[in-house]
Design a binder for this molecule. Structure first.
Ligand code: CA2
Length: 144
């Protein structure tokens, strides 16, 4: 099984700023943890971070044909991006949305996700552990 893990804008700053909101782990450490977890689950994990909406759209389009599932933390694009939603819907790859923080315990503008209605499900509020939970959920999705 192949899983594409996508991280949206500013997540490259993890570990360096706002640890009280997003935790102390760096993105590199999260990716390494996911690759390790993937080996245990029999999943090849491919990770990609971008601050650029179009690069994330292209990564989603390019996943067609090889990725069995997508795990995505769209970060701020969660609340703004019709383009990411359309790309996920277009490729038809089962997608799990992840957020480090509990977005529903934060500002109102974070309560709306363009991605959630077309995702298999959403995991939020568990910090980096949420990515691991998403990978386990992905491993249990049945192939079409
Ligand atoms: O909780 C999450 O994972 C979010 O997707 C994070 C986004 C935020 O806009 C979403 O509402 C919820 C922000 C990512 C910014 O990442 C930073 C990491 C370290 C320091 C500053 C920002």
């Amino acid at each position: 099984m192949n899983v594409l893990v996508l991280h949206g804008p500013n997540l490259n700053l993890l570990g360096a700023r706002e640890p009280e909101v997003y935790g102390r782990e760096t993105l590199g450490a999260i990716d390494a943890m996911l690759e390790d977890e993937g080996r245990k689950l029999g999943i090849d994990v491919h990770t990609f971070q971008s601050n650029i909406e179009g690069e994330l759209v292209t990564a989603i389009q390019d996943a067609r044909g090889w990725a069995d599932a997508i795990v995505i933390n769209p970060a701020a694009y969660t609340h703004t991006s019709v383009a990411l939603r359309d790309a996920i819907a277009a490729v038809g790859i089962p997608t799990i949305e992840v957020h480090l923080s509990n977005v529903y315990a934060r500002e109102l503008f974070r309560h709306h996700s363009y991605i959630a209605p077309i995702a298999v499900g959403q995991i939020c509020g568990f910090g980096a552990e949420g990515y691991r939970l998403a990978l386990i959920a992905a491993s249990r999705l049945t192939k079409p």
